[in-house]
Ligand binder design. Structure first.
Ligand code: ADP
Ligand code: MG
Length: 372
């Protein structure tokens, strides 16, 4: 599904030449009731799903219908009618792994209000592993197969950081503290390779077990930084990046020639999408709330422009506001150009959250396939 190249006026690197392919897949996942909701006799389930359609019937009786690529259900477990972690992985993330091996850059985002299941979907909970560990595990099993069968040498490098208040913190560096505060890293832009985080720790990993160790450390660092900071983890984006390089050596006229393709995979647990309540919007918190909203808003704009661009049949020049937030700036090369994107929108089933649920379902493609 290649679409005609459309240059974005901000980048020279990916230019207007050549074929530009971009596609976005969106899934909705409703979490089961929490213990608290289960023990509330007045709780109402406002979400229902059928096929790829998600319906929200609000307390007031209004019906809102949405269609996405996938709808992941969490009720009726006794009938087997619910989407487990494996199914979410297979539908949404596994195709991205295939695309990464084909050389595409890929991104996967979890979007939704705090408590709706973003981290559960992206990272998992205990034995119930989520997308990142499953992705890494399959990446290494494919890598082993590729090196045995096709004599392709594979190298994998990972990094893990969070963006809080438009500032970047390395989640894998334990010794970079300045005056007891975590060092803040800056975005730089390489003329050819594009934006990157200056000084970010990157590690070469040789097995899934290697990756697991870094995931554990990063998750721990994220949680530690969050304590005592008004649940910072719900206000920060975390970005787990995998750089996959495949090298094939060919022998031509008695000489070895290496061909490498590199693809970047970003697996992102976004900050909570809930609107900040009036009471909290002063001083530092106001700035923080504004930063989160701005970066989620910018991401929404970038994704909807890219989606529009991939649907536009003729070459059109569309402005993509990558630089309006640190997150989109850093992901520029992985969102535009030669890339594949997936989004999992996580929602609560209960009437308590119906307004946030509707705003999640309207993001980012507010004018895309809503059926009513
Ligand atoms: P978020 O990261 O969006 O703030 P979490 O992923 O932490 O939310 O989820 C909140 C709680 O709900 C956690 O205890 C999590 O284990 C649970 N949960 C979320 N989604 C599911 C799901 N699909 N199935 C089972 N439990 C879930
Ligand atoms: Mg979370």
């Amino acid at each position: 599904d290649l679409i005609p190249g459309t240059d974005d006026s901000m980048t020279e690197a990916d230019g207007g030449e050549g074929e530009d392919s971009c596609s976005i897949m969106v899934a909705v996942r409703v979490r089961p009731y929490s213990q608290r909701e289960l023990s509330d006799p007045n709780v109402k389930r406002v979400v229902s799903m059928g096929g790829n359609e998600t319906t929200v019937t609000t307390d007031g009786g209004n019906v809102h219908r949405f269609a996405f690529d996938f709808s992941f259900w969490s009720f009726d477990q006794e009938n087997g009618d619910f989407a487990c972690q494996g199914q979410v992985y297979t539908s949404l993330a596994q195709p991205l792994l295939g695309k990464a091996f084909e050389g595409y850059n890929t991104c996967l985002f979890a979007y939704g209000q705090t408590g709706s299941g973003k981290s559960y979907s992206i990272m998992g909970h205990g034995q119930d592993t989520g997308i990142i560990p499953r992705f890494c595990e399959e990446l290494f099993s494919r890598a082993v197969r590729a090196s045995n069968k096709d004599k392709v040498k594979i190298s994998v490098e990972i990094s893990f950081f969070e963006i809080y208040n438009e500032k970047i913190h390395d989640l894998l560096a334990s010794s970079k503290e300045k005056n007891g505060k975590k060092a803040t890293l800056k975005v730089r832009e390489h003329p050819v390779l594009g934006p990157y985080v200056e000084g970010l720790s990157t590690f070469v990993v040789n097995s899934f077990e290697d990756v697991e160790g870094w995931i554990t450390l990063g998750t721990k660092n994220r949680a530690t930084a969050a304590t005592g900071m008004n649940d910072k983890s719900s206000r920060s984006h975390s970005v787990f990046t995998i750089v996959l390089t495949q090298t094939k050596t060919e022998r031509v006229e008695n000489q070895d020639h290496d061909h490498s393709i590199t693809s970047k995979i970003n697996l992102v647990d976004l900050a909570g999408s809930e609107r900040q309540s009036q009471a909290q919007t002063t001083g530092e918190r106001l700035r923080e709330g504004a930063n989160i909203n701005k970066s989620l808003l910018t991401l929404g704009k970038v994704i909807s422009v890219l989606a529009e661009r991939s649907m536009a049949s003729k070459k059109r020049k569309l402005f993509i506001p990558y630089r309006d937030s640190v997150l989109t700036w850093l992901l520029k090369e992985s969102l535009g150009g030669n890339s594949k994107t997936a989004m999992i929108a996580t929602i609560s089933p209960s009437h308590h959250h119906q307004e946030e649920t509707l705003s999640t379902l309207r993001y980012p493609l507010c004018n895309a396939p809503s059926l009513s």
